[in-house]
Ligand binder design. Sequence first.
Ligand code: UDP
Length: 500
Amino acid sequence: MESIGVEGEYEKLKAIFLPFITPSHLVPVVDIARIFAIHGVDVTIITTPANAAVFQSSIDRDSSRGRSIRTHLVKLPHVPGLPEGVETINATTSKDTGGKLFEALNKTIQTQFQQLFHQYKPDFLVSDMFYTWSVDAAAELGIPRLIYVGGTYFAHCAMDSLERFEPHKKVESDDESFLIPGLPYNMEMTRSQIPQRFKKPDDPFSYLMKMVKESEKRSYGSLFKSFYAFEGAYEELYRKIMGTKSWNVGPISSWVNQDASDKGSRGHGKEVEEGKGKVGWLAWLNSKQKGSVVYVCFGSMNNFSATQITEIAHGLEDCGHDFIWVVRKIDEDESRALVEEFEKRVEASKKGYLIWGWAPQLLILDHPAVGGVVTHCGMNTVIETVDAGLPMVTWPLFAEQFFNERLLVDVLKIAVPVGATEWKSWSEFGDEIVEREKIAKAISLLMGGEECEELRRRVKALSEEAKKAIQIGGSSYNSLKDVIQEMNSLKLEKLNKPVT
Ligand code: UDP
């Protein structure tokens, strides 16, 4: 086991990690916890049984590799109206259930935190942004709190500018573009592309996000899955506007999940490849030529209407390239029947392969047959795709994804936009339908167009930088080393403080 030695160290540095209960917050925070354990920190992850089931096999493997890491389970109380065992917020969770879960989870962990602190005696806390109370809890206990906020530095800088200067209030219509001031490049957006919370500052989620930002500013620092070559200028700007420290630990997924069992089991429960056996996708990809397949996945929280699903299906059939399409659970009979019919057709012609539920994304992105990705611009997928050296078609949907799209398309120039114009909540279909022609056109440009050769070259170069970042002496490696040393120094300072 690799360990970072610190002069005067006589006991392992200990940390508690509090991941949130949506897949795209749980997966990276657990990955971050594991990288700290790889680098010699004693790690305890606090979560509920159903969430632990998603990642426990990785923790068991890490433990058997000699790392000091464990999961501490907290049981949620019975909440009236919540079905037993429902502990995760995902694409199929209603707003009402999500709200109840959020409240129950916060209350449970918050009330047990003192006892957890006495049991594990952490030297620092790494908290997901949604546990806003933990900034005060850590302060009371005299330990530093690091926050995981998700998203790119780029998006955080743009959202800060929206809050400060409110340029979206100075345009007349939702589709009139405006400049987001204070950024290193002239970023233009429309009101229909920015998150709801900037337009409805008084609704409960907007209030929660204000609390998150306030707790972010009061934290000791932030952890990002980014790396310097990806958005260094925005990393520096973020520190300036937030007035806090931050450290990069990305690309985290390839750093931590280095073998196929880690990559294959990451982030999934029992949804994997319903009815197709474990490695149907692998046999299919193995039969394809290098770089010929486009991988289409909209993350863990997407919801599409039957009309939009029909357009995606036709767009894929018309794009002229082979594809893998990850389809979330579909409740409506109409959409499900439609996709099943489509699946039969494209699997018979060998043009396409559908994965229902959870795809082993890291393994798929690594496969040589994959030549491009259609993504909703979720930060995790963006970094994983850049790391794999694959260009993207961007189709942002919700959260900070429209900002990420600008970074990929305008700043880094490694993606082709599908042309989505409307931000929607993850739990809603929204009004916009992206038509099949736009989908097919963007994919064929990405996969075959000569005009995209430069773009493909740029993403390969960035992938090299991503790989260098996590090697010994690389920017993210040094950043992880720095934060661990800083936590160690704070611990030693505390131990050496004379008792008054
Ligand atoms: N993911 C996966 N298989 C899936 C869907 C998602 O492994 O079928 C992983 C993906 O690799 C990424 C995360 O889940 O790490 C999704 O996070 P992202 O930020 O891309 O999107 P979100 O789920 O927040 O919309």
